[in-house]
Design a protein around this ligand. Structure first.
Ligand SMILES: [Zn+2]
Length: 216
């Protein structure tokens, strides 16, 4: 296995990724399922058939590579927050039913996302993906079921770099999301800030991923 394949990518939209990671499957990309994948309806999509989402989850649950529900959540840049909540809560309940961790898309809505998660899927882990808002790090870590997943924005976001040192090793993941950069560049910077070797960070994040996503 090459070094790149050992790096775990907790959330990517790239179906051709060379890294080991969780690829995002959506309603429009559900035919060729990746080895590891998550499935969920993004808050940007406001016209969805909830029964269809549940049917797909019932189908995917037979596959060992179905590791998480997501990305789902709330995003206050888009209209129809009531509709977003309805779709988010429905999918949180599916996560609880299937005992799957949740990959969270959250923009300016942390308190509400936490409240709804705690109410509807309290036993599941909540992975705050694309985390880049250093000012709420403490509040997110204060929620015991949360995990922080960081992408390439850390390369240029100095506040995020500073708060990274305070994120416990066991609560951290790294992702590419829709980024165009290389996952290894984010790994290298995080390793440097956390004063770990690249290998030690890779092992650590693989352990985290196994614990959180329970894959073989
Ligand atoms: Zn994404």
């Amino acid at each position: 296995m090459s070094d790149l394949e050992k790096l775990f990518d907790s959330h990517t939209h790239n179906f051709d990724t060379k890294n080991r990671g969780i690829v995002q499957v959506t309603l429009s990309s559900r035919e060729n399922l990746p080895f590891y994948f998550s499935f969920g309806v993004h808050p940007e999509e406001s016209t969805v058939d909830l029964a269809e989402i549940e049917d797909l989850c019932n189908k995917f649950i037979q596959k060992p590579g179905f590791l998480a529900i997501g990305e789902i959540g709330l995003d206050n840049r888009y209209a129809s927050l009531d509709k977003q909540e309805e779709i988010f809560v429905f999918q949180l309940k599916l996560a609880a039913k299937f005992n799957k961790p949740v990959i969270l898309h959250c923009v300016n809505s942390w308190d509400r996302c936490r409240f709804l998660h705690e109410k509807n899927a309290p036993e599941t882990m909540l992975i705050y993906h694309g985390f880049n808002k250093a000012s709420i790090t403490e509040s997110v870590l204060d929620y015991p079921n949360s995990i922080i997943s960081i992408g390439e924005s850390v390369l240029t976001n100095q506040q995020l770099q500073s708060s990274l040192a305070h994120i416990p090793d066991t609560r951290l993941l790294i992702e590419t999301d829709t980024g165009k950069g290389e996952l290894i560049d984010t790994y290298r910077l995080v390793a440097e800030i956390k004063k770990l070797s690249l290998q030690a960070l890779t092992e650590l994040l693989n352990q985290n991923a196994k614990r959180i996503f329970k894959y073989e």
